[in-house]
Design a protein around this ligand. Structure first.
Ligand code: ATP
Ligand code: MG
Length: 561
């Protein structure tokens, strides 16, 4: 179960195979996963992690670096670094000694920038950001040269030194590469490569007040680390000429090949860290690890397994054009995995009291139940049966619609692992008219849930015994957003699903769960897969519904009569 059984194949792996055949890079394969530590990782990052670390794992000489792309001190924090490392490890990948930080290259990057200036390929520009934008032109209109473009090398060296030594305020000037203001590629129109920012960096503290921009940092970090294949998402395709230009001008020894692939998008999900941060900061969720979040930490807390996520990443594959993946596929991978590993138990989420009139008072039977019909190795357990039980409120209908096979007045059903019971009498609250209690009889000759006379029943209900059951809180989750594409509107937050979390507080679970600990997972019969939440205590068990089972009944009820 560690890795998908099929050997993955895609256009990136084809390139790598070809490079190995031609002994390119001396047949070394070095990839990297380069997160910016400005938020927690999400399932989209998992795709990139599985790809980069996966390729390294599949090849004998393969190595994958974990590199923190930490060039924006304003948005980056140690908390994020720790969380990212935890998530990558949890997914089962090991970067070994290859943990790097772009900030460790600041001195080197500075030297490279000085080299560009000395080559006459970079200049200090005093235009402000808006002016730079105006000078840049558009896709249809060429840009204009900055009035500072022809500063002498001496002057540029001097000004860049002043930038570094803190003589200028934020925004006073920038360093730009001198490429081509009429290039058809906007990224090549003298891009900014350094800016002034008097800010404390989480690693270099106040050592620097100028910071290199992403495009300058990324290619050079790749080169410094000896990366062979720099795999990134499609939006960087237009940046590739700049990636190559910088490395060409600086005549570096190692010039990695940038390869772009399509990022993962999921229905009912937003996938940008900026938007996820907005949800966290606005209190729309309880934190980055809220079980409704598409973050790795959220999915983990919800009860996702790393195998399910890796299986999903394997199945969606790696392509060159953007698409949106149905979240149902992720849930499908999860169900397949949990089906094999989750112990089956009975839990009643919305209890309705049932009294078995013909069952002896004070008698308790221990009935045998298998823990997982998919895996006999998981053994059996005992569950108590007694005179007073609870079933699910929705499993009883006084006035049943056609096709309702559960308990009805006068009707008979099977209690899972137990007996057939028949509903004899319904007790209602006088004021509200609500059903509060059912009186039933049981057939003692149906022990284990099977009749000896061949009598069949259509419904099988789960239940718990009143005296032994344990109270628990159960959190049911639905999609965080109402629409398959929540970003269609201006503000994605208007599409938040108000019912994405339903907390049920008087649930009853079978006594075998008395010692359930955070991290344990179960299948609650007919309800889905559940995971003990970190909020759980000895006094109160708290379960997250990881994912429901397919609910055929809901379909019947929704379809037009
Ligand atoms: P976001 O847009 O969510 O802020 P990002 O691209 O800014 O993501 P980074 O920390 O820069 O986040 O990403 C690290 C790596 O993960 C990059 O190589 C990036 O291409 C990749 N990545 C980010 N989002 C996705 C995604 N949805 N699908 C696949 N790869 C992704
Ligand atoms: Mg980014």
């Amino acid at each position: 179960m560690e890795t998908p059984s099929r050997k993955p194949s895609d256009f990136i792996r084809d390139i790598i195979e070809q490079d190995l055949k031609t002994n390119k890079n001396n047949a070394r394969i070095v990839t990297r996963f380069p997160p910016e530590p400005n938020g927690y990782l999400h399932i989209g990052h998992a795709k990139s992690i599985c790809l980069n670390f996966g390729i390294a794992q599949e090849n004998e000489t393969g190595i994958c670096h974990l590199r923190f792309d930490d060039t924006n001190p304003v948005k980056e924090e140690q908390e994020y670094i720790d969380a990212i490392k935890k998530d990558v490890s949890w997914l089962g990948f090991d970067w070994g000694e290859h943990e790097y930080y772009a900030s460790d290259y600041f001195e080197k990057l500075y030297e490279y920038a000085v080299m560009l200036i000395k080559n006459g390929q970079a200049y200090v520009c005093d235009l402000d950001m808006e002016e730079i934008r105006n000078y840049r032109g558009t896709l249809t209109k060429p840009g204009q040269n900055s009035p500072y473009r022809n500063r002498s090398i001496e002057e540029n060296l001097n000004l860049f030194d002043c930038m570094r030594s803190g003589k200028f305020e934020d925004g006073h000037c920038v360093l730009r590469a001198k490429i081509d203001m009429s290039s058809g590629n906007l990224n090549m129109r003298d891009p900014v490569i350094y800016r002034i920012l008097h800010a404390i960096h989480h690693r270099t503290d106040n050592k620097w007040c100028i910071y290199p921009m992403y495009d300058f940092t990324h290619c050079l970090s790749d080169s410094i680390e000896g990366i062979t294949h720099s795999i990134c998402t499609l939006e960087f395709e237009d940046h590739r000429p700049l990636y190559d230009w910088i490395l060409d001008q600086l005549k570096v020894d190692c010039h990695p090949r940038q390869i772009e692939f399509a990022r993962l998008n999921l229905t009912y999900t937003v996938m940008s860290k900026r938007k996820l941060l907005e949800l966290v900061e606005g209190g729309y969720v309880t934190g980055w690890d809220d079980p409704r979040m598409p973050t790795i930490s959220g999915l983990r807390r919800r009860g996702y397994t790393k195998d399910a996520i890796r299986d999903f990443c394997g199945r969606i594959g790696v392509a060159k054009s953007n698409s949106v993946v149905d979240i149902a596929l992720l849930e499908h991978c999860l169900r397949e995995d949990l089906n094999l590993r989750a112990q089956r138990v009975m839990a009643v989420l919305r209890p309705l009291r049932v009294i078995i009139d013909n069952y002896p008072e004070n008698q308790v039977e221990e009935l045998e139940a298998e823990n997982n019909p998919e895996d006999t190795g998981m053994g059996c357990r005992k569950i108590p049966f007694s005179k007073v039980l609870y079933i699910e409120q929705e499993d009883f209908r006084e006035d049943p619609p056609k096709g309702f096979f559960r308990l009805t007045p006068g009707g008979e059903v099977r209690l899972k692992h137990a007996y057939y019971i028949k509903c004899e009498r319904v007790v209602k609250d006088e004021q509200t008219g609500k059903v509060v209690e059912l009186h039933c009889t049981y057939d003692s000759k149906t022990r284990g849930g099977w009749s000896q006379d061949g009598r069949k029943v259509k419904g099988t209900l789960h239940w718990v015994s009143a005296t032994q059951a344990i109270e628990a809180e159960v959190r049911l989750y639905d999609h965080l957003f109402l629409k398959p594409n929540p970003e269609e509107n201006d503000d994605f937050k208007t599409n938040l699903n108000p019912d994405s979390l339903v907390k049920l507080t008087s649930c009853l679970v079978e006594p075998s769960l008395a010692n359930a600990l955070p991290g344990n997972r179960y299948q609650f019969l007919r309800h889905g897969y559940f995971y003990v939440d970190t909020d759980s205590t000895k006094e109160l068990l708290v379960f997250n519904r990881t994912v429901s089972l397919h609910d055929a009944w809901a379909k019947i009820e929704k379809s037009p009569k």
